[in-house]
Write a protein that binds this ligand. Structure first.
Ligand code: CTP
Length: 411
């Protein structure tokens, strides 16, 4: 496990499971992470600061002012320092405070100041866990960008009862962290979150449908997976994401700034226009139908023999229009889907549509293209041409944003 240099804020709250967190600290440290412990006042009834500071090799903070030295503990700096905040165990009380935004102790002030992903491992008795108030708080927290809940597990509880409410096993928590680091490598860091935080990212995704009559349409096989994966990565980095999506069967990610479902290219164009002035980064991933029937027939066209034409007219090129009005502080990413002359076509589209970066999907590459869970793309940007290897679309989305972060700096 290579966690060298990872900075973890470990929040500990008042629960008997706090003693297990000492094992977590040891593992994190053994793996090379830096660990800063922040306790709620109640946590110190379960574990001593001496144990925690010895294991973490740092002073343990629990008060706004260190009474022995009269020194103010800078919760904002702590919140910005971390790559990840883990609250384990997270008591019902702390869960409720997090959901409500209460700030009556240092741990809560650090939580409210944190810019990094926040993971929490609830620990409480089974009836507290099942209570509608806890359910509401949990639903609120898991719907927030960058929040992830671990557990709780089921088993013996401190009360002598048995059921759901135990803190997730420490080895499962460390295992989940390990998997996350290896999936995210260097993407979600305090620095990248600081760049993307609150940036307005406009993403178009999925196909468009161009109506022939009330029951038929022209469309394509786009599944929307790539655009939705990109939206999720941007949300993980705390950006404000507007997702304008053609019809797909995917649920919109939690925590979007706005979700605008559309059908046709004309509707997508209208939705995009509303954000033309506001967006900081535009990512145009949608497979917009290039043509639409000149007129839509009312009702259903009846069947007839022989050949009959459908007259088509070109749709507006939404990306080209946005590119022509783009300000120098706006960053534009286009996509290109090619079946031949990929490199030349990608360069041409990047230039005529005034994009800062272009992602080429080559339909001929095995494993790439519509509906697949994997993709193989080539990136064109100020950094030159970068070929990414075949990977799941979620991983490709991560690498696209990682590349974007090397080219983009907010105004
Ligand atoms: N695009 C768009 N509006 C259109 C057509 C395309 O916004 N009417 C955007 C796509 O979202 C993509 C880029 O333009 O980011 C290129 O799309 P692509 O289908 O590869 O190319 P086209 O410009 O449509 O050209 P062609 O179909 O001839 O390859």
């Amino acid at each position: 496990m290579g966690w060298s240099g990872r900075k973890i804020l470990l929040g500990i709250t008042g629960s008997i499971a706090a003693y297990k967190t000492t094992w977590i600290i040891r593992q994190l440290k053994n793996n090379g992470a830096e660990v800063q412990v922040v306790c709620s006042p109640d946590a110190l009834g379960f574990v001593t600061p001496l144990t925690l500071s010895t294991l973490s090799e740092r002073p343990v903070f629990s008060e706004f002012v260190r009474s022995d030295q009269g020194e103010w503990v800078n919760h904002v700096a702590l919140g910005m320092w971390a790559d990840l905040m883990l609250i384990a165990p997270c008591s019902a009380q702390t869960l409720a405070k997090m959901a409500g935004g209460l700030c009556d102790n240092l741990l809560m002030a650090v939580y409210l100041s944190a810019r990094c992903p926040v993971w929490f491992a609830p620990a409480m008795d089974l009836d507290m866990w099942k209570h509608p108030a806890t359910t509401r708080n949990v639903l609120e927290l898991v719907s927030r960008p960058n929040h992830k809940m671990l557990g709780p597990a089921s088993g013996a509880l401190a009360s002598g009862l048995s059921g759901v409410g135990r803190m997730a096993e420490p080895q499962d928590i460390v295992g989940a962290l390990d998997q996350w680091w290896s999936n995210n490598k260097d993407l979600v860091t305090a620095e990248s979150s600081a760049t993307m935080r609150d940036q307005l990212i406009l993403i178009t995704a999925g196909p468009t449908r161009e109506a022939i009559d009330d029951v038929r349409y022209i469309s394509n096989h786009s599944s929307g997976k790539m655009g939705y994966a990109l939206a999720q990565v941007c949300l993980d980095l705390d950006a404000r994401v507007v997702l304008i999506s053609g019809p797909v069967s995917l649920p919109p990610p939690h925590g979007l700034f706005a979700f605008i479902p559309v059908e046709s290219a004309m509707e997508m164009q209208e939705a995009v226009k509303k954000y033309q002035e506001q967006f900081d980064i535009g990512i145009f991933c949608a497979a917009v139908a290039d043509f639409r029937p000149v007129r839509k027939t009312e009702g259903k066209v009846k069947k007839k023999d022989g050949i009959f034409p459908i007259e088509l007219v070109a749709n507006p090129d939404i990306l080209a229009e946005v590119g022509s009005k783009k300000r120098s502080d706006q960053f534009l990413v286009g996509f290109a889907l090619e079946t031949a002359n990929g490199l030349a076509e990608a360069e041409r589209k990047k230039s005529i549509k005034n994009c800062d970066m272009l992602v080429l999907n080559n339909m001929q590459d095995p494993g790439a293209g519509f509906g697949q869970d994997t993709n193989q793309v080539t990136l064109f940007s100020a950094k030159g041409i970068t070929e990414l290897s075949l990977a799941p679309k979620k991983e490709i989305a991560r690498q696209i944003i990682q590349h974007l972060l090397q080219c983009y700096s907010p105004a």
